[in-house]
Write a protein that binds this ligand. Structure first.
Ligand code: SAM
Ligand code: SF4
Length: 328
């Protein structure tokens, strides 16, 4: 079977695809209140175009796909995309990252369409605070969505939390405790300098080691191996059913293990989350290019994949696009 390696000998088998830059929430750390300048509809890749890219990428060695956004479940008829992707024989793993607002409605349909797992972003367990962070979201809707996903078999359900000092940093222990009596994977993600212009600042950022030390006040963390570990390192609290992960893009580079490419909703390949260089697939897709031309562009993106990002060395840290535009 084809295997794709970059020049640093990393296997590239994972593609994260943003299917929309639109969202039904406005998280304070991700988007400005009045939203971002949205990409025009005609510029957004159609499902047919996305499926074609995945089919060609799968011929090169891509095996895992994650659908993200904006809010992917808010794009019309999303399960027709997921089922077409799952029909591509070499795609082994299909997952979605969602804010959970539409999960209760979609969980069953997602699983029927071939989705294997979901990651749900949840940044507070307190009703009022959740509403403030998301600028209007109802936490009960998300909690019901998470529970429905678990019951439907979209397993493991991963809950992603971004601890931000002065916003929700005091809830780290509450999130870790979720794992004591349920088999969720709770993952703490370092706050990165993306999104709402000016919102990120060094004093709001809580480094991974500090997050981990707070969790450890609940008890010893024993390392555990979780299949398809990805960039998160997993641990378990004593007698806990679920596991806890720490994703650290800034303090602990995960670049050595990076196996992914990103595709934005308007058809740009990003070799790295932090890349300012993008490869635009749309002119080729819409200009009638044959598959081998798309394949050449995919290979080019892998060829220019940097060995590591350098954001910890940069002083202009509020420079990046919003995650809703890249796909997280
Ligand atoms: N709307 C979906 C959601 O919220 O899960 C999918 C898209 S969202 C952009 C993907 C992920 O990016 C979410 O887990 C979100 O918390 C994360 N994210 C957004 N801005 C971020 C930032 N500045 N630093 C770290 N993660 C961020
Ligand atoms: Fe929307 Fe997800 Fe960004 Fe929140 S983090 S505004 S849910 S895209």
């Amino acid at each position: 079977m084809a295997e794709l390696r970059d020049k640093f000998n990393r296997t590239i088998d994972y593609m994260r695809i943003s299917v929309t830059d639109r969202c039904n929430l406005r998280c304070v750390y991700c988007m400005p209140y009045d939203g971002l300048r949205l990409i025009e509809h005609k510029e957004i890749l159609s499902y047919e175009e996305i499926v074609r890219i995945v089919r060609i990428a799968s011929g090169l060695g891509v095996r895992k796909i994650r659908i993200t956004g904006g809010e992917p479940l808010a794009r019309k008829d999303i399960t027709s995309l997921t089922s077409s992707i799952k029909d591509i024989p070499r795609i082994e793993d299909l997952s979605i990252t969602t804010n959970g607002i539409l999960l209760e409605k979609y969980a069953e349909k997602l699983i029927e369409s071939g989705v294997d797992r979901v990651n749900v972003s949840l940044d507070s367990l307190r009703t009022e605070r959740f509403k403030e962070i998301t600028r209007g979201g109802d936490i009960n809707v998300v909690l019901r969505g998470i529970e429905t996903a678990r019951k439907s078999g979209l397993l493991p359900v991963k809950i992603n939390m971004i601890p931000i000092r002065g916003l929700n940093g005091d809830e780290i222990k509450d999130f870790a405790r979720i794992t004591l009596n349920s088999d969720y994977h709770v993952r703490f993600i370092e706050f990165m300098p993306f999104g709402s212009r000016g919102f990120w600042s060094a004093d709001k950022y809580i480094p991974r080691d500090e997050i981990k030390a707070i969790v450890e006040t609940l008890g010893t963390l024993t390392p555990v191996r979780v299949r398809k570990n990805g960039p998160s390192k997993y641990f378990r609290l004593k007698d806990a059913q679920g596991v806890i992960g720490f994703i650290s893009a800034i303090t602990h580079h995960f670049c050595e293990e990076c196996n992914r490419l990103r595709l934005t909703s308007n058809g740009k390949l990003k070799p790295c989350l932090f890349s300012e260089t993008e490869i635009d697939l749309k002119p080729a897709l819409r200009g009638g290019a044959p598959d081998n031309e798309i394949e050449r562009l995919l290979r080019l993106a892998i060829e220019i994949k940097p060995e590591r990002h350098n954001i910890s060395d940069r002083s202009d840290l509020n420079i990046f696009q919003a995650m809703s535009q890249i796909g997280g």
